[in-house]
Design a binder for this molecule. Structure first.
Ligand SMILES: O=C(O)C(=O)C[C@]1(C(=O)O)C=C[C@@H](O)C=C1
Length: 305
């Protein structure tokens, strides 16, 4: 890849869907020398090695971090502080550390507690891509292609380190944006964390009904589309929900108010009011998907030449 930043040694904590796809994407782009996998599951690490996602599995944090150019933490967000604290004694001055956590204010605070004066080496990030499957077998080289990655740099980060982390994500095919951590957490509470909570809530509610078997037997594509994300990792979403609790509570309250309003329309048989909500939502949803399609078309290579 012409002009791309090259990373001699990349260490990835968590070699599942997110970390594994990062490894495969960097490798496909030809911007990485050696990739070391780290993590708590020996089974996942072995599988990542077998699939060629990583070149080796770290025997120890000291050995893994020796000469590392870039470290990605792709583990549930509640583990960030412990992982960074375990890295600190072995962290070389030239190593940049980033993460893929879905919440950013708590990650920044955890990093400050764990790294102290070395905080400048940590550039927080969040790739806006994923899926309900996890583990190394779910990893794919094109997961980040055309997707956004949001960096929420800290005041202590150098422009060079921010650019290097941005370069890694650009090499993966992602479009890099920057947000302030609090703003990031508010945005994703609304458009990612709340939808996950709602999908889990609906499936749990149905599953707990006496006639759940009958209901699932007839549930079709509408239910499938609405609830796909309820198949995601409960541990990951427990951590995200708690880490972004205040913003998520705010969004949940607003949604409950919307539901109460719609319940009243339904109870009153007010079809016009219900239809207005449905029409507003349909218009907004179509505008949103239209904008995505237009952006994809403008990014697609010109095949007419
Ligand atoms: O597609 C999915 O399954 C996802 O959950 C992806 C999704 C999202 O909510 O859009 C979830 C968490 C990540 O932080 C980014 C993206």
């Amino acid at each position: 890849m012409a002009g791309a930043v090259v990373f001699d040694k990349v260490v990835i904590f968590g070699v599942g869907l997110i970390g594994g796809s990062f490894a495969l994407a960097l490798r496909t782009a030809g911007v990485v020398g050696h990739i070391v996998g780290m993590g708590r599951s020996k089974e996942a690490l072995g599988r990542a090695l077998e699939l060629g996602i990583v070149d080796s599995v770290g025997d120890s944090i000291a050995a893994a971090l020796n000469g590392a150019s870039l470290v990605l933490i792709a583990a549930p967000v509640a583990q960030t502080e412990a992982i960074l604290a375990s890295m600190l004694p072995h962290l070389e001055a030239g190593t940049i550390v980033t993460d893929a956590g879905s919440t950013k204010a708590d990650v920044a605070a955890a990093a400050r507690r764990a790294l102290g004066a070395r905080i400048s080496q940590f550039v927080p990030g969040h790739p806006i891509a994923g899926g309900e499957s996890n583990g190394p077998d779910a990893a794919v080289a094109n997961l980040y292609q055309g997707k956004k990655t949001v960096l929420t740099p800290l005041p202590e980060n150098s422009a060079i380190d921010i650019a290097r982390v941005a370069g890694a994500w650009t090499a993966c095919g992602a479009v890099v944006r920057q947000l302030e951590p609090g703003e990031h957490d508010k945005v994703f509470a609304a458009v990612s964390h709340l939808p996950h909570l709602l999908a889990y809530a609906l499936v749990d509610d149905i599953a707990n009904k006496r006639h759940a078997g009958l209901l699932f037997q007839y549930a079709a594509s509408g239910f499938r589309d609405f609830t796909r994300i309820a198949a995601s990792s409960p541990e990951m979403w427990r951590d995200i929900s708690l880490a972004n609790r205040d913003a998520l509570l705010g969004e949940l309250d607003a949604y409950l108010a919307q539901l109460i309003g719609m319940r009243a329309m339904l109870a009153a048989g007010d079809g016009a009011a219900l239809e207005t909500v449905y029409a507003n939502a349909q218009r907004a949803r179509r505008q949103w998907t239209g904008a995505i399609e237009a952006a994809e078309a403008s990014q697609a290579p010109d095949v007419t030449q």
